[in-house]
Ligand binder design. Structure first.
Ligand SMILES: Cc1ncc(COP(=O)(O)O)c(C=O)c1O
Length: 412
């Protein structure tokens, strides 16, 4: 069934909530917060965006920023200020949020909804396009049936412009996408070719497997691999008789970092290369493990309170109020669920989590932590950690003072 409502109840609640939260918290020290609480260092966030934008511009490429990590107006505007004129969103509330926040075609060219498109989103998308004016809302397809749904919706809605689609290419990650040389890709390309209500804007890859990189060289190899995969899909389209000035969009934070740090892209491609990333604005332990995050680039921590101690357990453990609902259960290459980074408490790890309980374990030599103390923890995965919290407290650099509160666009 088509769904047609461009304002979720959560969205209607968000703005008054944000101003009430600002009134309550701005100017207070983070030590006065109820925990667990997300703390975003806005200076680090801004610098991550600025550095990525400047480096990508230096390469003569366009940059597409995924906004799903934080899902906030404030974060999106910092990504745009860093040079991103193209956005990717995971949900309709993110798309509506951008439009309702007053971001216009002067700021961005387009928003791509990144999940393969489903029939129940067509009314929403069409409605969003009407609100978006000159900002183009693009959609992702990876199966011929989605083309049928788009064509049927174009007819039903009386659309006069074709849907602009990215073809999602699977380069081996086996998440969304069709492999470049596959029956599924051929059927999809043929369906697009035959359907005037569809226009292929480009080919898109998200190389999640690049999270395994530990060096620039390894990330550079993933970068080359994903360029090859979208380029091959475009080559297949040409073989099937399609043509266009296509965008070849590649990225994930490790491969985007690799490109920004000098990994080379081949020439002679079947389209114009564009880079995308999302997590780069905040970073986390998964990104840190790639060795490509700049010094000072970890912009997200979770503040937790120590609520108990167990000195007789292995080397002594302490209990915090930051469990799986504070950081998520995402794992990473570093054992545990987060690393304590508070000065004087280095060497402690969020070793075990259950729903609201988070046990800190320590390496030999780490200093005692007392009941009532607060610690700041860098989580494994910023995107899922942000999703655990109703809003984020914002500080500037090393200062403890809250300067803003960001309320994310929740829901679907
Ligand atoms: C479709 C798509 N594009 C881009 C990204 C951004 O990847 P990252 O968070 O590694 O920057 C993601 C993340 O999952 C994604 O799903």
């Amino acid at each position: 069934m088509p769904v047609n409502s461009s304002f979720t109840p959560l969205e209607l609640m968000r703005l008054p909530l944000a101003s009430a939260l600002r009134e309550e918290f701005v100017g207070r020290p983070i030590s006065s917060l109820r925990t667990p609480a997300i703390i975003i260092d806005r200076a680090a966030f801004k610098e991550n965006c600025a550095q990525m934008g400047a480096k990508v511009e230096g390469l003569g490429m366009h940059f597409r920023a995924h906004i799903k990590t934080h899902k906030t107006a404030e974060g999106t505007r910092l990504q745009i200020a860093g040079g991103a004129r193209k956005l990717v969103a995971s949900t309709m509330p993110e798309v509506w949020g951008v439009l309702q926040d007053g971001i216009t075609a002067e700021d961005i060219d387009d928003i791509l909804l990144s999940l393969p498109i489903s029939a129940d989103r067509m009314e929403d998308l069409n409605d969003a396009q009407e609100k978006a004016g000159a900002i183009v809302i693009r959609v992702m397809v990876d199966h011929a049936q989605q083309v049928e749904h788009l064509a049927a919706a174009a007819k039903r809605l009386g659309r006069t412009v074709p849907w602009s689609v990215f073809i999602k290419v699977d380069g081996g990650g086996k998440r969304a996408g069709a492999p470049p040389r596959s029956a599924q890709m051929d059927a999809l390309l043929q369906a697009c070719k035959a359907e005037p209500a569809i226009e292929i804007f480009g080919f898109y890859s998200h190389f999640g497997q690049s999270y395994a990189s530990r060096t620039l060289d390894q990330a550079g190899q993933f970068y080359a691999g994903e360029i090859d995969c979208v380029n091959d899909a475009a080559a297949r389209a040409i073989e099937l008789g399609l043509s266009g000035n296509w965008i070849l969009s590649v990225g994930a934070t490790p491969t985007a970092h690799a490109a920004a740090l000098g990994a080379r892209a081949p020439g002679g491609l079947n389209g114009t290369l564009e880079l995308h990333a999302g997590c780069y604005c905040l970073n986390d332990l998964q990104q840190d493990a790639t060795s490509l995050v700049r010094e000072g680039g970890l912009a997200l921590t979770v503040l937790a309170t120590v609520v108990s101690k167990y000195p007789e357990r292995d080397g002594g453990e302490v209990m915090t109020d930051c469990g799986a609902l504070g950081v998520s259960k995402d794992t990473g290459p570093v054992p545990g669920f987060g690393r304590v980074v508070s000065k004087g408490h280095e060497g402690w790890t969020l070793g075990r989590v259950s729903q609201e309980h988070g046990v800190l374990t320590r390496v030999v030599g780490a200093k005692e932590i007392e009941i009532g103390e607060q610690v700041r923890i860098v989580p494994n995965h910023a995107c899922l950690t942000c999703a655990c919290h109703p809003w984020f407290y914002v500080v500037e650099g090393a200062s403890d003072e809250i300067v803003d509160v960001w309320v994310p666009w929740k829901g679907w």
